[in-house]
Structure formats: structure tokens, C-alpha cells
Write a protein that binds this ligand. Structure first.
Ligand code: AMP
Length: 187
């Protein structure tokens, strides 16, 4: 099964992806976590990522598309995956569709976790204290919201047109949200 988790920063994608991954037994692939690991390891990719990630900007499409193509072909993903944080632009979504078509794979559902803007800022500000992420600093948070509205929100319409989008209200407890997700996948 191939699922995409989509939504604004702070919607709870990472938390929900981990739960789904355990429940369904398929790997959770977070492009953001991958980049943070590369940054912590000071690899060439990590050094490049730092220029973008810490300020809340998006990494160039060609780099991210190359990374994801490599992941799709990796043995742990042969039975599916939960992709969290990709695609983040319409160009990435188009590239992903091509990658899937070439491999005769299908996206089963795109889970769009929705939360109001005020809650996003509150959650990211709290996460900054707990996780100490450079991109959860107030200026980066504001920039990530602008980038989300401009570049990532249009991806929603792309998947709406493809008939794959499932709306998941992201308010409530973690358990309530994961129940909603499991219900939406079964439909
Ligand atoms: P996340 O953990 O998903 O919030 O991602 C953290 C940061 O990693 C983002 O703000 C971007 O700078 C970068 N990033 C993650 N995924 C992508 C992507 N698909 N395209 C471009 N940049 C990305």
C-alpha cells in the first residue's frame, strides 16, 4: 500500500505516519527527517540542505525528486510506504506520478490533515521548545507558512483532481486523528 500524508507544518503528519507505519507494517519515509539526519551527519547533502531547511525554504525539486526515486526502489519499500513531506510542490507531484506509472505502482490515498492556522503556530512554537528545531524559530515558522500556502497548498488540488484526496480533520487527540485516518483508508 502506498499512502501520502499531506498537510501544513505542525498538522501532525510525522506522529500519524509513525502510528500508521506500525499499524500497517509498511515503512514511514519522511523527507524532512531524512534531511535533518543528513544535516546532523554533516554530509554534502546535509550541508546543502542547511541553506534551505533552517530558514524554512524548500529544497530544490530536482534534488528531492532524485532522493525519492532512489527510496522507492529500495528493498524496504517494495511492499509500499507512507510518504510524509513529499510531494511539496506540483512539480514534485507530477514527477511522483511519472515514477509510479513507470513502475506500475499506484497511490492508494492522499491523506490531507487539516488544522487551522492559529493552531499551527501554537503547535510549532511548542515543538520548538521540545525538539529544538532551527526551523521552528518564529521567523522560520512564518516563512514555512508562506511557503506552504504558495507552493504546497496547490498540491491539494492536484490530488483532488486525481480523486485521491481524503480530508482528515487534524484537531482532537492523536488517537482520534489516527482513527479517522484508518477509517478513510478503509473506504
Ligand atoms: P518536515 O520535517 O517535513 O517539516 O520538513 C522540514 C524541511 O525539510 C522543510 O521545511 C523543507 O525545508 C525540507 N523538505 C522536506 N521535504 C521536502 C520536499 N519534499 N521538498 C522540498 N523541501 C523539503
Amino acid at each position: 500500500m502506498h499512502l501520502l500524508l499531506f498537510g501544513p507544518p505542525g498538522a501532525g503528519k510525522g506522529t500519524q505516519a509513525k502510528i500508521l507505519s506500525e499499524t500497517l507494517g509498511i515503512p514511514h519515509i519522511s523527507t524532512g527527517e531524512m534531511l535533518r539526519q543528513e544535516m546532523a551527519d554533516e554530509t554534502p547533502l546535509g550541508r546543502k540542505a542547511r541553506e534551505y531547511v533552517d530558514r524554512g525554504n524548500l529544497m530544490p525539486d530536482d534534488i528531492m525528486i532524485g532522493i525519492v526515486e532512489h527510496i522507492i526502489d529500495s528493498p524496504p519499500c517494495k511492499n509500499g510506504m507512507i510518504l510524509d513531506g513529499f510531494p511539496r510542490t506540483v512539480d514534485q507531484a507530477v514527477a511522483l506520478r511519472e515514477m509510479f506509472t513507470r513502475r506500475k505502482l499506484v497511490i492508494d490515498a492522499v491523506l490531507f490533515i487539516e488544522i487551522p492556522h492559529e493552531l499551527i503556530v501554537e503547535r510549532l512554537t511548542n515543538r520548538a521548545i521540545v525538539e529544538n528545531r532551527a526551523d521552528d524559530e518564529p521567523r522560520s515558522i512564518m516563512n514555512r507558512l508562506v511557503v506552504y500556502d504558495k507552493n504546497t497548498a496547490p498540491v491539494k488540488h492536484f490530488y483532488e483532481d486525481e480523486g485521491l484526496l481524503r480530508h482528515i480533520p487534524g484537531i482532537g487527540t492523536v488517537e482520534e486523528v489516527s482513527e479517522r485516518i484508518l477509517g478513510a483508508i478503509k473506504k
